[in-house]
Write a protein that binds this ligand. Structure first.
Ligand code: FES
Length: 118
């Protein structure tokens, strides 16, 4: 484990998002309903930025382009390239499903910490 202090907790109130860089990784921090998550900032399908991804009621982040959905806690694929209709499904068949990398988060001493090496 290698924890890195990234920002103060008051820089990420509920509903906020922020991209931080640790080494060569860009990580998207989200405060969703009071819980902080850290996920890769790029979609594993075609490397698109996830910062504008919608959050679903069941706790997934949805890529803004082909709408793949990834569980915020585990990064597992809930849906793979469903958009646009028909074309998205065809694209999904020729590209292997890949999870969205997620990183452990710790909130301590009024700061948010991420472990990018676990
Ligand atoms: S770029 Fe994210 S699903 Fe295609």
């Amino acid at each position: 484990m290698s924890w890195t202090k990234v920002i103060a907790t008051d820089e990420l109130p509920t509903g906020e998002r922020k991209v931080v860089k640790i080494g060569d990784r860009n990580i998207l921090l989200l405060n969703h309903e009071g819980e902080v998550y850290a996920v890769a900032h790029r979609c594993p399908h075609m490397n698109i930025k996830m910062i504008k991804g919608k959050i679903t009621e069941d706790g997934a982040i949805v890529c803004p382009i082909h709408r793949s959905a990834f569980d915020l806690k585990t990064g597992s694929v809930k849906e793979w390239t469903p958009f646009p209709p028909v074309v998205g499904k065809m694209m999904g068949m020729i590209s292997q499903e890949k999870p969205l990398p997620v990183f452990p988060v710790r909130v301590e001493d009024n700061s948010i910490w991420i472990d990018v090496n676990s």
